[in-house]
Structure formats: C-alpha cells, structure tokens
Design a protein around this ligand. Structure first.
Ligand SMILES: [Zn+2]
Length: 299
C-alpha cells in the first residue's frame, strides 16, 4: 500500500504556503557563504547554507530563493554544483543551475534520487518546498572546487546517498547534514544511526578545522564538534541498548531518556522526526522510504 504522504503530495505541491524567505551572502576564507531560510509570520525556520568556492557551488539551497541563487550563480560564474545529498533543501535549485549551464554532480546513488520527482511529506513542503528533478553526473574520488580539489568522503547515515567534501590544504570539511548538532535528540525514520557513527569516525581521521555544515556551520573548532557528537551518540547507544536489554519497550526507553524536543519543527513532522526513531535506528536499523528504495533499485 502506498504511504499516505504519496497520496497527499500532489495536493501540498499546489498549496500556496504563506512563506516568506531570507537570503544573505557573506564570506569565509574566500568561500561565498549563502544563508537562506523560509519564514512564517516573520519566524525563521532552520536556515540552510550553500557554499560557493570559485566556480563551484556546494549544495543548491531551497527553491524559494531561486532568484537570489540565480543572481549569485551568474555573478560568480558557477559552472558546477555538487550535491551533498538529494534532500530538497540541498537540491532545490539544482535543476535551475543545470538550466543555467552548470554541471550537477552527486554520488551514484544521489544521481538516481535527484532524477526522480520524489513525493515529499507535509513538513518538507512547509519547510523547504519543491525541488525539480535534475540529470546529474556521478562524482569520482575527487571533485574540483574552484581552484581546489576536494576529496569525496562517503557520508551516508542521514541520507543513503550523502557525501562530504574534504579540502586537505585548507582544512575545510563540507559535511552536508552529517553534523547539524552535537546532541541529536531526534531522527527521521529513514536515518541510519550506525552508518552515521561510521561517517563521524571517517571525519575524525581527517585534518580539518572548518566544519561547513549545511545547517549549523562551525567555522573553527569543527573537529572538536564532531568528536563531541560522536561521544554523545556512543553514550546514547550504550544507554539505549542497556535499557532494551532490561526488556523495556521503545516507548519506555524514550521516556527514560527524557530528551526534550520543544521546537515547532518537530511538531510539524507528524512523527517522521522523533526520539523514537532514534531509538529504533539504534536497536533495529533505519526504515527506508519506499520511493527511495525503488529509485535506488532503478525500479
Ligand atoms: Zn538532509
């Protein structure tokens, strides 16, 4: 049976959400830092960051700011966009950039996902909006970032197709959504806890200071932030496994953990981003979305 959000997706696509938006361009060590967000009644929702390095844009942001992204792309002569993963807050302007003549690249799995017009859940329509499908090419082991060469680091966990970009000489790590926060309290249903830990372990083997996260960058002290996050996750894993070993249910474990998630963001997700999903992913692994499984299988 098709999930409910598949059926509702065409409706929410046409719904005129009363969203405003913000867009801001700053710079860090020669990188153009593009910060963007949607707003409702003046309240800003979790901002998204894209990074322009020479002629290359790392992620493409949300489609609500398409005119601003287009103006930036023309001004900076963007010829390449690297997608850290297929989620609509990263691929929202990929089709636009392709129309402007840029090559769009993603992991081989990401290429399959961004080629599809995937259905989105209600909260994704509210927070980020649409992302048109795009024909992307697959990254190799490295990718040019302006005059730099970045190493492509596999970074699955948050998403099955996620990559990170490491620029050794500069100490930059573009981490997509592999970081976001030190103390994560919630997971999407399809996030893989153990893959996320393996990704953080891979990051710790790299020499970087600037963590160019797509939601909460740490321009210095990035590696310490990754170390702190991994430690938090390991402690959480230990606690969850101990409580499960005592015979407690997922619900009881969530109650015992007592992690407070008060943000409006989480309320909106109708159970797709919850502590219960985090506990389930630790104990039983992720629950992949059917459309993602189908796209990856080429079905
Ligand atoms: Zn994401």
């Amino acid at each position: 049976m098709r999930p409910l959000y598949h059926l509702l997706d065409p409706f929410w696509r046409r719904f005129p959400f009363p969203a405003g938006h913000r867009f801001e361009r700053t710079a860090f060590q020669g990188i153009s830092v593009l910060r963007m967000s949607r707003t409702y009644l003046g309240n800003e929702i979790l901002p998204v960051y894209c990074y322009g390095v020479g002629d290359t844009l790392v992620d493409t942001g949300i489609s609500s700011v398409a005119p601003e992204v287009e103006a930036f792309a023309r001004d900076a002569r963007i010829g390449r966009a690297v997608l850290t993963h297929h989620h609509e807050d990263h691929s929202g302007n990929a089709a636009l950039l392709a129309r402007l003549g840029a090559e769009v690249v993603a992991t081989p799995t990401g290429v399959r996902l961004v080629a599809r017009d995937l259905p989105r859940r209600f909260y994704q329509h509210v927070l980020w909006g649409e992302a048109d499908p795009v024909a992307a090419g697959a990254t190799g082991e490295t990718v040019p970032l302006g005059r730099h060469v970045a190493r492509v680091i596999p970074a699955s966990g948050h998403a099955i197709d996620q990559l990170a970009l490491f620029v050794p000489g500069e100490g930059w790590l573009f981490s997509g959504d592999a970081f976001v926060a030190e103390k994560i309290k919630i997971f999407r249903g399809d996030e893989d806890f153990h893959e996320s830990c393996a990704t953080l372990e891979r990051f710790l083997a790299l020499d970087f200071d600037a963590l160019l996260c797509a939601h909460r960058p740490r321009f210095t002290g990035g590696k310490e932030a990754i170390r702190a996050k991994l430690q938090w996750m390991r402690e959480l894993e230990g606690t969850v496994k101990r409580l499960a070993g005592e015979g407690r249910s997922v619900r009881a474990i969530v109650r015992r953990l007592g992690l407070t998630t008060s943000s409006r963001f989480y309320v909106l997700t109708f159970g797709d981003a919850t502590t219960a999903n985090l506990v389930r992913s630790i104990l039983h692994g992720p629950r992949p979305r059917s459309e993602v499984v189908a796209a990856v299988a080429g079905a």
